[in-house]
Design a protein around this ligand. Structure first.
Ligand code: GLV
Ligand code: MN
Ligand code: MN
Length: 412
């Protein structure tokens, strides 16, 4: 293994120890371990000779400006927040490899400026809204979300101030016009590349995703004295609906709507006691498909199913949209450069869609954007056993070298 590949893997494993919870990797937006990650990555950026700052939404940003190069710069990056009990590579590998690409550009004295961004938030775990970091950089941050509260009742603007930043200055995080393209390197997080025995791929587009919150409101009551036919059990209604979501969407995905996925991944029950009929259930729905039309049609359908189950059971059902991000195509010109780099590096060219959301889907609204995927062993992600193969990290380094050489030749 090359020193660069070894260092990249070690960096990911070191950063995975910077966590809110001992023994597992959980790092939500602007929680204390994010300071540790910033300190660690800042040292690496400064040792490369980059100029570093943290913007007002907590993105760590380093600029590599070699002597004689124009200020026009390529932007690379991915996120440093994680899901609860995460693996070591989702997001972080893209930041660490971006820094290795800077190392390649520096060692080869390529006359290109590069900004690397470690986005502070992509997963949406703490506030239910993803892409907080990239939205600020793309200039599409909605200040209305600053009033959102996390599970502990901490408002987003308080969390930002508590981290030592000024939410009034989020507007300044927006990229200036010297940035000309964005590339994100990321693990595939699915089984396709492994099943085709391929190491890397270029992403064609990222599926659209909707996230909704649902509330099932019934009546809490005594579990021993309330006859079965006189209950308004919010959890029984929610459970019925979850079963309907799974069976309808599974059937549709096998028939007329390949690629349709729906997930209820989070649930809270009140009062959450064994001898009380549940009076209130809050749950999340994550819903994805490449076609915006299909996604809206199905969202509507699942809301209607919830309401009809609620009506039948005397349960009020409310829903709120937390995010509705349309599907995004990657930029053809930047993707072609990546494809050429893959060919130059001697790998077969594979193009594929991404079922996972990425900062690239937000950045694509601001800059021509492309993504490079690395194979995910076992197709496993959002899981502590998420992995990446050394030889695939080597492949991403070689593709980076070829990509940057081509870019340098074009800007020269
Ligand atoms: C981000 O990882 C997502 O949920 O797609
Ligand atoms: Mn993720
Ligand atoms: Mn990710």
């Amino acid at each position: 293994m090359s020193d660069q590949a070894r260092r990249a893997l070690e960096e990911c494993r070191t950063i995975a120890t910077m966590s809110e919870e001992p023994g597992r990797t959980t790092r939500r937006f602007l929680t204390p371990p994010v300071h540790q990650v910033h300190r660690h990555l800042r040292m690496r950026m400064e040792s490369l000779g980059m100029t570093v700052h943290v913007d007002a939404v907590g993105n760590l940003r380093g600029v590599w400006q070699p002597p004689g190069a124009s200020n026009r710069r390529l932007v690379l990056g991915s996120h440093i927040d994680t899901v609860p009990d995460a693996g070591a590579f989702d997001g972080v590998l893209g930041v660490v490899l971006a820094l290795e690409w800077v190392q390649i550009a520096k060692d080869a004295a390529l006359p290109i400026a590069i900004e690397v961004i470690a986005f502070s938030e992509e997963e949406g775990v703490r506030y239910g809204v993803p892409f907080i970091g990239s939205r600020a950089v793309a200039g599409t941050f909605d200040p209305g979300i600053l009033a959102y509260e996390d599970a502990e009742g901490v408002r987003m603007d308080e969390a930002i101030r508590g981290f030592g930043l000024d939410p009034e200055k989020i507007g300044e995080a927006k990229l200036d016009d010297d940035a000309y393209a964005f590339v994100e390197i990321h693990i595939e997080q699915g089984p396709v590349l492994e099943s085709e025995n391929l190491q890397v791929a270029v992403v064609e587009g990222i599926v659209g995703q909707a996230r909704l919150g649902f509330r099932f409101l019934g009546q809490a009551n005594h579990a021993g004295t309330t006859p079965m036919h006189m209950r308004r059990d919010a959890l029984a209604a929610a459970a019925e609906w979850i079963g309907v979501v799974e069976s309808l969407v599974r059937k549709a995905s096998q028939e007329e709507e390949p690629g349709l996925v729906a997930t209820v991944g989070k649930i809270a029950i009140l009062p959450n006691a064994g001898n009380v009929i549940p009076g209130l259930v809050d749950l999340s729905l994550d819903f994805r498909h490449m076609s915006n039309e299909t996604r809206s049609w199905w969202c509507h359908r699942l809301i209607k199913e919830a309401e009809s189950i609620g009506n039948r059971r005397g349960i009020t059902v409310e829903h709120v949209s937390k995010m509705n991000e349309p599907a995004v195509e990657m930029d053809n010109l930047v993707s072609v450069r990546l494809i050429q780099a893959i060919e130059d590096a001697g790998f077969p060219v594979k193009k594929m869609p991404s079922g996972a959301g990425h900062d690239a889907m937000i950045m694509a609204g601001r800059l021509p954007t492309a993504m490079l995927f690395l194979r995910s062993p076992g197709g496993l992600s959002h899981h502590p056993e998420e992995a990446v193969r050394e030889e695939d990290v080597e492949a991403a380094l070689l593709v980076g070298e070829k990509f940057l050489q081509r870019l340098a030749a074009e800007v020269a």
